[in-house]
Design a protein around this ligand. Structure first.
Ligand code: HEC
Length: 124
């Protein structure tokens, strides 16, 4: 797994070579598979009928946080808040209680992080 550079509270460079695809990112979120963000966050999307409220609503998140800040929060929110319950989706070391299916690999691929990021920036 390639490493990334953290500057202040963000990751400035893209994790994947290809650019993020917002439509794919939306699909990852609304289908509730590995990126089950709506377990904890409300997303302003008609396809999401039920969602949790453990985390803040993601409505308007594209105006509240920059792209590097969003990239770090998706990849490794533990670095932003060591007490967070949010999974670090692009990290393999320093984690507790990793499910067997995820041992040694991140929950999302680098491309999936970029796709989700491309979707989040559309939430203005
Ligand atoms: C188990 C619950 C949980 C899941 C699943 C989860 N989050 Fe979070 N998230 C949180 C909580 C709680 C916070 C509040 C801050 C903290 O704990 O660090 C947060 C914070 C955030 C923030 C910063 C919000 C702000 O206003 O500063 C973003 C962005 C975010 N999450 C995106 C995502 C995305 C995208 C996914 C799916 C890939 C996801 N989260 C999955 C619980 C979760």
């Amino acid at each position: 797994m390639p490493s990334y550079r953290v500057v202040a509270d963000g990751i400035p460079e893209p994790l994947a070579a290809g650019s993020g695809d917002a439509a794919r990112g939306r699909t990852l979120i609304v289908t509730r598979e590995s990126a089950n963000c709506v377990l904890c966050h409300t997303v302003p999307d008609a396809a999401v009928r039920f969602s949790g409220d453990i985390g803040p609503s993601l409505e308007g998140i594209g105006t509240r946080l920059s792209i590097p800040q969003l990239r770090l929060r998706i990849s490794d929110n533990l670095r932003v808040n060591p007490a967070t319950v949010m999974p670090s989706y692009y990290k393999i070391d320093g984690l507790d209680r990793v499910a067997a299916q995820y041992a040694g690999k991140p929950i999302l691929t680098a491309q999936e992080v970029e796709d989700i990021l491309a979707y989040l920036v559309t939430l203005k």
